[in-house]
Design a protein around this ligand. Structure first.
Ligand code: FE2
Length: 229
């Protein structure tokens, strides 16, 4: 929250009294949802994802979802809610589609950045690996399912590893849809909107997906989500 001296109060009271007349500004009330910083430098995921892609994806696309959301919720019942609650309360409500789309995209993107790491890829370990092997048969079968979900998602969307009750599942969601809205616990995600890969891979979505799975998936982050599920 930012605070600013009311100009009228300052003029009336003079400089000696400024410390006691701070007010909450309209700008602070209009921007309750923040754009979190990236967890790594823009070029850190290259060559799998270029700095240029991250710059546009984070600096333009993600920022626009957050900016639009703040405009849409200003002065509404959603203005003071955490982002997760906005996503869950607007899901499936036809008159709140714009708020849901921007809130879900704001949340999905932050989750995506955290799902990637410059030293990612490989395999998880411990209890998460055990449950992946139990629920998918093997880690390789899980990898295949995740890649198929990501590549096979028609149009824009997301591929996810989620915990649904006691089972791990791979799911794909369309456009802004997110497992967060339907009570599943996301562990990892891959953004398969064209803006996520087109500058680097053009139409070769499968190459992007396979490179992300092989080199960037952040299994420590997934394990932390799994442990808190
Ligand atoms: Fe995206």
């Amino acid at each position: 929250m930012s605070w600013q001296l009311s100009r009228r109060a300052a003029l009336k009271l003079g400089a000696a009294a400024v410390a006691s007349v701070w007010v909450r500004t309209p700008a602070a009330e209009a921007a309750p949802i923040a754009l979190p910083p990236l967890p790594w430098e823009e070029g850190a995921l290259a060559p799998v994802i270029s700095a240029q892609t991250i710059s546009f994806h984070y600096g333009k696309h993600h920022r626009t979802y957050v900016d639009n959301l703040n405009k849409l919720i200003a002065g509404t019942e959603f203005a003071d809610l955490p982002l997760e609650a906005i996503v869950q309360r607007t899901y499936g409500k036809p008159n709140q589609t714009a708020i849901f789309n921007n809130a879900a995209q704001a949340w999905n993107h932050t989750f995506y950045w955290n799902s990637l790491h410059p030293k990612g890829g490989g395999k998880p370990s411990g209890k998460l690996l055990e449950q992946i092997e139990r629920d998918f048969g093997s880690f390789d079968q899980f990898r295949t399912q995740l890649a198929q979900a990501a590549v096979g998602q028609f149009g824009s969307g997301w591929a996810w590893l989620v915990k649904n009750g006691n089972r791990l599942e791979v799911v794909a969601t369309s456009n802004a849809d997110t497992p967060l809205a339907t009570g599943k616990k996301p562990l990892l995600t891959i953004d398969v909107w064209e803006h996520a890969y087109y500058l680097d891979y053009q139409n070769r979505r499968a190459d992007y997906v396979n490179a992300v799975i092989e080199k960037l998936l952040h299994w420590e982050f997934a394990a932390a989500q799994f442990a808190s599920a």
